[in-house]
Every structure is written in structure tokens, then in C-alpha cells.
Design a protein around this ligand. Structure first.
Ligand code: FEO
Ligand code: CA
Ligand code: CA
Length: 644
């Protein structure tokens, strides 16, 4: 998401009752029996994956910082575009390079602005395949100037629907062709029985303690348990039971708020004119004066079954309403499901949810509602390197009617206010979260917070040590007893970002190697390498103190030594998002989001290629100059494991 917007001081009809969520289909049962439903991620607590890993090998020669309009990868690696905005998900309509595909064609094509991603291997010889699988990809937001041939001029109902259909999630099937593990290529399977688009118009069930609460009822849904669509889908996590969790982040941007928002609306950024979208002009759901509760139905974590396109997605209210950036899943020592979550805003916090019931690997249907009944916590980081998880439970810690929390639904709809009440630590914009596959240590990017230490804002603290934190840092914590279900933890700072020679020499982190700024997406691979993606905003990219970092990039860190090497540099104006691997580690999927973006988060519809013409600028087979967000696959020419 464009960071100039976040870090600035300003800041129908009913569907039939949905089917029960996430019954087990035969493919999932086979994958669960094979021990892996989710490649490239490990779930701490699963016995087969626990235990010490050796120090991971990082064997490539780093790429230089670059400001070229192309993706750069190390010598010996190949990069390929497999799924760009407008590409058909199955055997539907082809992309038109002048952006003239209509709204309903867009609903069968890749959305815009790819973000979080996960690869689900399909079975092959009884094992999870590294040559065929299903990719789930978030489409975080749209640049409506690029989306339509005439940009936002003559804004219409048709442009509104096309914009809504370019949001949400893609589920696509992908296969490797050519010699396995060698210099072959990946391509989408078309047609595919898995292919599916979930958009800002798809019926989604609302479940958990806040479902049906008065705050979630609208004129179009008087029961408060079905909503059309998901928006601002940022990062993504996978569960051990084979679903994905997609996170609704900057939902406030889509709503035209009242002149005088309530304190609850203000706390989530609901404001007049919203974030510049014009959906409310043709869809009254997004006009807060007409439908005051619709905004309460966004800002949730949404669970999706990637292997059954008939299953209705579910908004899980037990996980709280935030500007959800990411969700990473672990298992507690006793098998309860744990979801770590980040709320991306200046001075927002880190959360975890612990289910009441335990994960059952032998009876996957029993896991269907683990995310509906449990306890939500928020983190307090002490100055002594210790921390606590504070329960956000009605009746505890001041969360009572006298303070505006009449029941648990109020805690969950207004989770930020509940966190304020219990004394959560206000962090420097929590973004990506990743869990070390052996130790269970959790890492979180704090991307930046230029307001830290200003006269009207909190000053530095131990976990957010820099005033005017322009370059960001990465914090990590280890739960007491190594148990993800613990209520206490110890923490330290893994990296203070920026160039240690220039940025902040008095408070140098333990980073060795390539300098970078504004960490965002994070992911561990199974060998314990930490992949770090950056999001320097378009307003500062390649300017002033940021010039030495080049375009946004992806780096690899050794968590033990702190060594960091730059693995990939992106095209102009983009940020790097989403990371997924095949089980064998030989193919790495990465997203390029918003190439060509200018300060303010929008392109110039009159000159759409002024900043970038990627991917056409790099790949001869791609025609048409409009910059397009896209999924890449990176492989080694010799077929080896990526990163080693
Ligand atoms: Fe969607 Fe905070 O990035
Ligand atoms: Ca992000
Ligand atoms: Ca960001």
C-alpha cells in the first residue's frame, strides 16, 4: 500500500445461507495425510518440523542497489512473470493492453496490486508436488487511473464495479513444464477447476462472537452475518488445516465518511472523502451517512478454502477488527491454534489469538471453527526485554460497559480502543510477521514512523527506540517456554534498518551486509532463512538519504549471525510483496506491486508509462506499456534450492 497515505499526519441484496465452511475434500485429506498442506511455511509445534536447524546457507552473490526499470536477481538465477494484472484466471477473457476490459471481464482476470501470497501443492505420487499447485494471491488496492482507459474521468457505475472487481483475492492453478527442477518454466493451468476470484462484491459469511451484533447489521443485511466483499487485502497466512487467512488492511479508504466522525470512526481513520476512491458515488454501501455500519464489516481476517471454489469465505470476528496487515499461524504446545497479527498504523500494536480448542491433524473437519472461539491478546513490550500478552476479554482489564464495552462484540468491533484501554505498546507501524520454523521465534517488521517523538505523539521507548523513525526496524520475541500459547515473552531488536554508516550510528543494530530501509513483508523458509521485503514509499524512493538503497527490494537474512544480502531489486516505483515457495525450495514466487507508482499513490493516467513500463520494459513477450503488478517465479538455472 502506498505509504505516503499511511504515514502522513492526516490521517444489496442478501445471499442464500452459505454452506458450512471448510469441510474436508479428498485432495486436502491426502495432503494432510502426507504431512504438508502448506509449502514453504512451517508450523512450529508440529513435531515433524520441530528441532534445531543448522545455520542456513546463503550462497548467492548479492545484487547491487538499482534504479533500473527491471527485476534484478543474482547471477545463475532466472526470473519469469507468470500472472500479471488482467491475465485470465482460467479460460476467460484475455487482457487488453489499453485497459478496456469491462467490469465483468475483470472479475475473471487477475486483480490489481498483488500482495500476500501462498502456494498450496497439489498431490503427486501421494506427496505434495513441487511442480503443480494452487496459488492464492491478494489484490490489495487499485490505481483507478491505470485501471480504465480514460482514468477516473467520467466516473461511472461501470468504473466502480470494475474497480471493485480488481480487488480481493485470486486462486489460480499453476504448473511447472519442462524438466522437473531444471531450466523449465511455470504457467497457469487453463482451464482449471480451482480458479476463482473473490472480489469486493463476493458474498462472505461473518462468524464468531461479533456476528449478528447490532454494529454489524445494515439495511441490506438485517441479520449482520453476510457481507459483500473483501478489500485492502494485504498479507496472507496459511493454517495447518489447509486454509488461507487474508488480512483486510486500509478499509477506511473506501468509505466516504461524515463531516464529524464518531470517536470510534476516527480511531479507524473513517473521514470525509475517505482515501480518494469514488465507490460511494455509485454504491451507497460505501457512503457512511447512508449505511453507517457497513464500515464495521471490514477490517477483519478472512478465511478462504483454496481448494474448493464453492466454499463461502468467512470473516472471523474473534480475531478482532484492525487495519490487519498480516496473520501468521503457529500451534501452542498443547495444540491450540495461535494467530499472530499486526495492525499497520503509526502507534498501533501487535496481537495474538489463541483458540480454545486444539488442532486435530487426523480429523480436519474438527478444525473448521477454531478461529471462532478463543482469546484475543495484545502485546505490551517492557523496557527490560520482557513482555506480556494482555487479554482483550469483556469484563477484564477495564473492558466493561462503563468504558464503552457492553459485550465482547464491542471489544472485537473496536479492538483498537480496547487495546488503548488495556495499555498496549504503541509500535512503529507493525507490518510483516514470520515465525522461525525451528525455534518458534516471531519476527515483525516495524516499517517506519516519522511521527515518533513529535510534540503531540509518544516518544521513543525500548521497543521503538528511534525518534522520527524513517528507516524502520525488525523486532523479535520468544514465548516463555517456547510455547506459542504463553502469556509472557522475551524480546529484542533484530535489526535497526538504514545504512549503519550513515543512518543512526549510535544505535546500530546487528545487521551486517547490505543496507535497506522500511522492512515490510517477511517470510521464513524451511531452512531458517529470513526473507525481507521493502516498501520505501514513492515519495522518498531514490531520494535524499534513501538514494543509496535503490528501488524496493528483497533481501535474505541469517537470523543467527545477522548477515543480510540483497537478493532481488524491483522495477521503478514498485514495492515487493508476497512470498511463497514450493516444498522442494526450488521455485520462489514473489509479487511486484504498483510498478510506476508516483507520490500520492496514483499513476498519471495521461502518461501511464512515465515512471515505469514494467513488465513490458523487461520481457519481450509482454506487450502494452501500462505498468502491471505481477507474480514472478524465481528459479536457479542449475535447478538448485533458491537462496542457498
Ligand atoms: Fe498493505 Fe501495510 O501494507
Ligand atoms: Ca505491507
Ligand atoms: Ca508498507
Amino acid at each position: 500500500m502506498n505509504d505516503d497515505l499511511i504515514d502522513s499526519p492526516a490521517l444489496g441484496s442478501r445471499s442464500p445461507d452459505p454452506a458450512p465452511a471448510f469441510a474436508v475434500n479428498p485432495v486436502r485429506r491426502r495432503l494432510l495425510q502426507a504431512g504438508v498442506v502448506s509449502a514453504g511455511l512451517a508450523f512450529p509445534g508440529i513435531a515433524a518440523l520441530a528441532g534445531a536447524l543448522g545455520q542456513p546457507r546463503i550462497g548467492f552473490k548479492p545484487v547491487a542497489a538499482s534504479s533500473e526499470d527491471r527485476v534484478q536477481v543474482p547471477d545463475g538465477y532466472l526470473v519469469q512473470v507468470v500472472y500479471a494484472w488482467g491475465d485470465p484466471i482460467s479460460d476467460g477473457p484475455a487482457f487488453k493492453a489499453d485497459a478496456s476490459n469491462g467490469a465483468f471481464e475483470q472479475a475473471e482476470q487477475a486483480g490489481m496490486h498483488h500482495d500476500g501470497m501462498h502456494f498450496f501443492p497439489l498431490p503427486e505420487d501421494g506427496k505434495p508436488s513441487s511442480a503443480r499447485g494452487v496459488l492464492c494471491i491478494n489484490h490489495e488496492y487499485t490505481d483507478d487511473g491505470l485501471l480504465h482507459p480514460g482514468g477516473v474521468a467520467d466516473w461511472s457505475h461501470a468504473k466502480t464495479v470494475k474497480s471493485q472487481n480488481a480487488h480481493g483475492v485470486s486462486v489460480v492453478e499453476i504448473e511447472h513444464i519442462g524438466r522437473k527442477g531444471q531450466d523449465g518454466r511455470w504457467q497457469l493451468v487453463r482451464p482449471s477447476a480451482y480458479a476463482r476470484r473473490i472480489t469486493a462484491r463476493t458474498p462472505i459469511r461473518i462468524s464468531g462472537p461479533a456476528a449478528g451484533a447490532p454494529a454489524l447489521r445494515t439495511q441490506g443485511d438485517r441479520r449482520g452475518n453476510v457481507v459483500f466483499g473483501t478489500v485492502s487485502n494485504c498479507a496472507m497466512g496459511a493454517t495447518p488445516w489447509g486454509t488461507v487467512l487474508t488480512c483486510e488492511e486500509n478499509f477506511d479508504a473506501y468509505f466516504n465518511g461524515p463531516e464529524k466522525p464518531t470517536p470510534e470512526q476516527k480511531r479507524y481513520g473513517i473521514r470525509e472523502q475517505g482515501g480518494g476512491y469514488r465507490w460511494h458515488e455509485h454504491d451507497s454501501r460505501f457512503d457512511v451517512a447512508t449505511e453507517p455500519n457497513e464500515a464495521n464489516r471490514f477490517g477483519w481476517v478472512v478465511e478462504i478454502d483454496p481448494l474448493n471454489r464453492t466454499k463461502v469465505p468467512v470473516k472471523r470476528t474473534a480475531l478482532g477488527r484492525l487495519k490487519h496487515e498480516s496473520a501468521a499461524v503457529a500451534l501452542a504446545g498443547d495444540g491450540r491454534a495461535v494467530v499472530y497479527m499486526s495492525d499497520d498504523g503509526p502507534f498501533e500494536s501487535l496481537y495474538k489469538y489463541v483458540s480454545r480448542e486444539r488442532f486435530d491433524g487426523k480429523n480436519p473437519a474438527a478444525n473448521a471453527n477454531l478461529l471462532d472461539d478463543g482469546t484475543l491478546y495484545v502485546a505490551r513490550f517492557g523496557d527490560d526485554g520482557q513482555g506480556q500478552w494482555l487479554a482483550l476479554e469483556h469484563g477484564q482489564n477495564g473492558l466493561v460497559a462503563a468504558n464503552g464495552f457492553a459485550e465482547q462484540a464491542d471489544v472485537l468491533v473496536n479492538t483498537r480502543l480496547a487495546a488503548d484501554r488495556v495499555g498496549a505498546t504503541k509500535m512503529d507501524r507493525p507490518e510483516g510477521i514470520a515465525i522461525h520454523p525451528a525455534s518458534g521465534e516471531v519476527y515483525c517488521s516495524l516499517t517506519r514512523n516519522s511521527r515518533r517523538g513529535l510534540a503531540d505523539a509518544p516518544g521513543p521507548d525500548a521497543a521503538n527506540p528511534r525518534a522520527a523513525n524513517l528507516f524502520g526496524h525488525i523486532v523479535r520475541w520468544r514465548e516463555n517456554g517456547g510455547d506459542a500459547g504463553a502469556k509472557d515473552f522475551s524480546w529484542d531488536i533484530f535489526a535497526l534498518c538504514g545504512d549503519p554508516q550513515h543512518a543512526d550510528p549510535g544505535k546500530r543494530g546487528n545487521v551486517k551486509g547490505d543496507a535497506f530501509a522500511n522492512p515490510d513483508g517477511l517470510g521464513f523458509d524451511r531452512d531458517g532463512r529470513l526473507w525481507i521485503q521493502t516498501d520505501v514509499s514513492a515519495g522518498t524512493l531514490n531520494a535524499g538519504d534513501y538514494a543509496r538503497f535503490g528501488n524496493n527490494q528483497m533481501l535474505v537474512a541469517d537470523p543467527a549471525s545477522g548477515e543480510i544480502r540483497r537478493f532481488l531489486s524491483g522495477p521503478n516505483g514498485c514495492e515487493i510483496t508476497g512470498i511463497a515457495r514450493t516444498p522442494d525450495g526450488r521455485s520462489l514466487f514473489v509479487n511486484i506491486q504498483h510498478p510506476g507508482e508516483r507520490p500520492g499513490g496514483r499513476s498519471d493516467p495521461a502518461a501511464p508509462t512515465a515512471n515505469s513500463a514494467w513488465p513490458a520494459s523487461q520481457f519481450a513477450e509482454i506487450t502494452g506499456g501500462r505498468p502491471r503488478s505481477a507474480t514472478l517465479v524465481v528459479t536457479r538455472r542449475d535447478g538448485g534450492v533458491v537462496g542457498t
